[in-house]
Design a protein around this ligand. Structure first.
Ligand code: FES
Length: 343
């Protein structure tokens, strides 16, 4: 039986390969045209070093000069000595071009729906079933979409998990005068073709092994929808707290979908926060960091994922520093409001 394995690189590109049960990861990569750096092939030189981010794997001989006990505890691994036992994701801290990995996948998709989900947000639904296989990406990653009739591309996180039908969703903020926003408002029709490049990005769900704190700003929510779709399919999820901040109540979207996760994920809690409340808003207001609970966070080691505008991410990181908490790992993705760039 083969396993689907994501190879992630420092330039944000991801390539999926199939690895047979009895096959070494390095051999499987080379067989599929991805020439990971290597030298000894015997677990000694450390040249093929990477890190396992999700999945089950075993290593054969690993020389202590190549990886220390601490390295092994951090799930660092040697591709020439690694056999995978489940679907998995590995990170290599170098660019993909030194592996002759080629370009990311570029495929044609077809618009199936543009759904207005708040006064300022739409979900673009596209059909990628022209692609002969299931499109693979890690929950939290993003795609670049070409805007028809222009030379422009924009980046958006997938808002759902990979699926056999290749039906994809992207949460998109509607700006008064954005290139994608204008296209969606003025020219987009069902059946139009949108070219897509994917998968991209190093912001994706790692091994889910301890409580998770998700912090979303605006359409940064999109990445978490994909992650929650994935976690909802798994057993024994740990506690997950989602903090979702927007400017005004009118910006909130996908409320029913978020509430529904609580029925599928037993320890899921959801905290919408509105920057500027109105008479009709009785929930939390202000900045997200004002509503994080230091005592609760101090109880257990946790993983925090942040996706949204740079000021929000910096404010939460500063808050964490100020609390002198040291029991967390943090993963973040900043994006500019125009969604023109992931930074
Ligand atoms: S190639 Fe030398 S340790 Fe893998």
């Amino acid at each position: 039986m083969g396993h689907s394995v994501a190879l992630n690189f420092a330039d944000g590109k991801t390539f999926f390969i199939s690895v047979n049960n009895d096959e070494l990861l390095l051999n499987a990569a080379i067989r599929q045209g991805i020439t990971l750096p290597l030298d000894c092939r015997e677990g000694v030189c450390g040249t093929c070093q990477g890190q396992c981010e999700t999945g089950i794997y075993e290593q054969e001989y690993v020389d202590e000069d190549a990886l220390s006990e601490r390295d092994l505890a951090e799930r660092k691994m040697l591709a020439c000595q690694t056999r995978v036992k489940s679907d998995a994701a590995f990170y290599f801290d170098h660019h993909s071009d030194i592996c002759n990995a080629g370009e990311s996948l570029k495929i044609a998709t077809t618009v199936t729906k543009v759904e207005l989900v708040s006064e300022t947000t739409a979900i673009l639904h596209v059909d990628a079933s022209q692609h002969p296989q299931q499109l693979q990406y890690l929950p939290g990653q993003y795609a670049r979409l070409h805007i028809p009739g222009t030379d422009e591309w924009r980046s958006y996180s997938f808002a759902n998990r990979p699926n056999a039908e290749n039906q994809l969703q992207f949460l998109i903020r509607l700006l008064p005068d954005g290139v994608m926003s204008n296209y969606l408002r003025d020219r987009c029709d069902v059946g139009q073709t949108i070219m897509m490049e994917a998968p991209l990005g190093s912001f994706y769900l790692r091994e889910v092994e301890r409580p998770l704190v998700f912090v979303a700003g605006g359409t940064g929510l999109s990445a978490f929808l994909g992650m929650l779709d994935t976690i909802a399919e798994q057993d024994n999820a740990p506690a997950i707290h989602l903090y979702y901040g927007v400017n005004t109540e009118a910006d909130l979207c996908e409320q029913q979908r978020l509430q529904a996760y609580a029925e599928r994920i037993p320890q899921f809690s959801y905290h919408p926060i509105v920057g500027r409340g109105t008479d009709t808003w009785t929930g939390k207001t202000g900045f997200i960091q004002q509503h994080l609970d230091k005592d609760q966070l101090a109880e257990n080691a946790f993983d925090m994922y942040l996706c949204g505008p740079p000021p929000m991410i910096e404010a939460v990181k500063t808050w964490l520093d100020d609390q002198a908490l040291s029991n967390y790992r943090i993963y973040s993705e900043k994006f500019l409001q125009s969604n023109t760039a992931k930074v």
